[in-house]
Design a protein around this ligand. Structure first.
Ligand SMILES: NC(=O)c1ccc[n+]([C@@H]2O[C@H](COP(=O)([O-])OP(=O)(O)OC[C@H]3O[C@@H](n4cnc5c(N)ncnc54)[C@H](OP(=O)(O)O)[C@@H]3O)[C@@H](O)[C@H]2O)c1
Length: 374
């Protein structure tokens, strides 16, 4: 029977269990997973929600079966897909499931490892830039001319989400792209027009951003900021260089949970701020998920979009724990951790049945409501 991984809330153990191949709901694509990719959410959901489950969402593999209303995919197709966060049969498995509208065909030259870096991070970047910040869409024929100078600042430009945001911003013709990064400065230089080092401290960041804007004739405040970090003080630093009259900020974590002073943190009335939550592609923004999944495939096909750098964690499904621990410890630097499922040792499951159950009476974690705080 196929195996899947149940991530324990402690993030100190996983269970490897045998489970049947999932059955396809009407709109589902059942995928034989070749490579699964990790996201920070994959350790956060089990820990913060106190819920052991298969938390992987990024899948690359071969279509095994499709539901009755799926017309674009057939068994044997090479695909990448975004599993629906918090649902059964996640990506850390030999067989996983995704709705057809967040599944897309893979161009022949894109490897499964590369593909597994894309769905969560690229769709989050897209929803932030184009739904929440309403920035101009990439256009095949015409991008904004460089002289139009619509700047964007991306905090955490070497993170998976931030890097895809920079790549999309480039395709949209935004200029200049100011990226805040640290260890991965070489990678950052490939993404942004100007790179500012967060390790020099907040005052140095603000000063450097103001210098860049002035040098480009853009005043001293930036209008569009994508904060792809949104914790550890970035929300507060951002406030110092966003235009408080018409500026717009998209965050990846809600300030009401992740600001230094969650209750006291307020944006000035002239600023618009939104927490760009990806799960909307499976609820209120299904059409966006559909359009952008298809578009990502097209951008990958002609090379306009490059996947994120990755590291293959050895051991297949047994490597998931290591990957999640490294993410939790902040070791990922311009890297997505991915797992070749066929590297899973041919050993018996670690557990006969799963302890995967949503908690009932447990004391709630302070971030239990993530990503949708009240
Ligand atoms: N809202 C949503 O729906 C949604 C969806 C996806 C992800 N997220 C969240 O978005 C965040 C990023 O996810 P990810 O997958 O992109 O993470 P990731 O790739 O694992 O992030 C690692 C990167 O963060 C950078 N970094 C760390 N601290 C920084 C700081 N203070 N300033 C600038 N850069 C910093 C590091 O840069 P250097 O290596 O250059 O030092 C590193 O490259 C996570 O909190 C995740 O949970 C939210």
């Amino acid at each position: 029977m196929p195996k899947q991984v149940i991530v324990q809330p402690s993030i100190e153990a996983v269970e490897i269990i045998n489970t049947p191949i999932p059955e396809a709901g009407d709109n589902d694509v059942i995928i034989k997973v070749v490579v699964a990719g990790s996201n920070p959410k994959d350790w956060k959901y089990p820990l913060w929600k106190g819920w052991p489950h298969n938390s992987g969402d990024d899948i690359a593999g071969i279509v095994h079966a499709v539901g009755k209303d799926v017309y674009e995919f057939k068994p044997g197709d090479r695909v990448a897909a975004l599993h629906r966060a918090g649902k059964e049969n996640g990506g850390y498995a030999e067989y996983s499931v995704a709705p057809h509208w967040t599944t897309f065909h893979l161009p022949q030259h894109v490897t499964f490892e590369e593909a597994a870096t894309v769905p969560t991070a690229a769709l989050t970047a897209a929803i932030a830039l184009y739904v929440d910040m309403k920035l101009p869409l990439p256009q095949v024929e015409v991008a904004l001319a460089g002289e139009n100078k619509m700047p964007i600042l991306i905090y955490g430009v070497t993170s998976a989400v931030g890097a895809f945001a920079a790549k999309l911003a480039r395709l949209s013709g935004l200029y200049p792209i100011i990226g805040i990064a640290g260890r991965a400065s070489d990678f950052a230089q490939t993404l942004a027009d100007y790179v500012v080092d967060y390790r020099e401290g907040d005052d140095a960041i603000v000063k450097r951003v103001e210098e860049i804007l002035k040098q480009k004739g853009l005043g001293n405040k930036v209008t569009h900021v994508f904060d792809a970090i949104s914790e550890g003080g970035t929300l507060e630093t951002t406030l110092r260089f966003v235009d408080d009259n018409g500026g717009i900020i998209s965050t990846v974590l809600p300030p009401s949970l992740f600001a230094k002073d969650p209750e006291g943190f307020k944006y000035p009335p002239g600023m618009a701020a939104i927490n760009s939550a990806l799960p909307r592609v499976h609820s209120t923004h299904k059409d966006f998920g559909f359009l952008w999944s298809r578009f990502l495939g097209r951008l990958l096909a002609d090379g306009r979009l490059k996947p994120h750098p990755f590291e293959i964690v050895p051991g297949g499904l047994h490597g998931v724990l290591k990957g999640l621990q490294k993410l939790k410890e902040g070791k990922a630097s311009a890297t997505k951790y991915v797992y070749n499922i066929e590297d899973t040792p041919d050993s018996p499951p670690t557990h006969e049945t799963s302890t995967s159950k949503r908690p009932e009476d447990k004391q709630k974690h302070q971030f239990q409501a993530f990503p949708f705080p009240p």
